[in-house]
Design a protein around this ligand. Structure first.
Ligand code: UDP
Length: 240
């Protein structure tokens, strides 16, 4: 028979950069967007409840703003607004594929998105809608990784699936060291001991404290998300 589905409810964390065009460098590329959304649609069709958190790094990051003389807090709000832009792009693309979505913003902007309301978000998931969490946590000095950790904790998600440019966690930087070894899985404690950069420390602590496993994988691998939810060994699993 068909292989069992491993997860009932997931939070998918996408960095903003996944939307960027590799050829033109455009921050949001239509074909790239479609490729990402096709992967979401694939697992949505399996009946998995999906919350999506997308970053804003393809448009603006608070720390980058600071380097250009923008006050950190202001820059962080600019970054949060960037996540709203990306969230709308995801919404648009998913809806065109027939996937019903709701965008919930941590900062109220009623014409653009619903406000974030936990119980309503869960209701959407139960009805089969993909919920896209925009505007991060709504607070400066946080990241969208922390947002994913927070939403996953409060929704009791089974896992955070974090899409990155590398296909997992290595004992050292695989770009610098050809003999770098990839972990198939690692515990939170070992990841801490070996100072592996899974997520920023705030996000990591939340996952550790609330026992939310994290799968780090490369979204460019074909059907990566679908393979992972079918229990195939994809990327690196960080767990309790
Ligand atoms: N941000 C924030 N609070 C949050 C989430 C995000 O201030 O709760 C800001 C922060 O400036 C961050 C930017 O939004 O740099 C974009 O998010 P992130 O860097 O996590 O995006 P990614 O790297 O995943 O694209």
């Amino acid at each position: 028979g068909a292989p069992a589905i491993k997860y009932k409810r997931i939070v998918l964390k996408l960095s903003g950069e996944v939307l960027r065009s590799k050829s033109s460098g455009d921050p949001i590329d239509r074909l790239t967007l479609e490729r990402v959304c096709t992967q979401v649609k694939e697992i949505h069709e399996l009946g998995i409840q999906i919350g999506v958190v997308i970053g804003g790094g393809n448009i603006f990051r608070g720390l980058a703003g600071e380097k250009r003389g923008v006050e950190r807090t202001t820059g962080d709000y600019m970054g949060m607004l960037a996540t709203v832009i990306n969230s709308l792009a995801l919404m648009d693309s998913l809806e065109k594929m027939g996937v019903v979505t709701r965008v919930q913003s941590a900062i109220p902007m009623n014409q653009i998105a619903e406000p974030f309301i936990l119980r309503r978000a869960i209701r959407h998931l139960e009805k089969g809608r993909v919920v896209i969490f925009a505007a991060g946590t709504g607070n400066p000095y946080f990241s969208t990784d922390t947002t994913a950790a927070l939403r996953a904790s409060e929704m009791h998600a089974d896992i955070i699936m974090k899409a990155t440019k590398v296909d997992g966690i290595y004992d050292k930087d695989p770009k610098k060291y050809p003999d770098a070894v990839k972990y198939e899985e690692i515990t939170f404690i070992d990841a801490l001991r070996q100072r592996l950069n899974v997520m920023d420390s705030t996000a990591f602590s939340l996952c550790l404290d609330n026992n939310v496993p994290i799968l780090v994988f490369d979204l460019n691998d074909e059907h990566a998300i679908s393979r992972a939810v079918h229990g195939e060994k994809v990327g690196t699993l960080v767990h309790g």
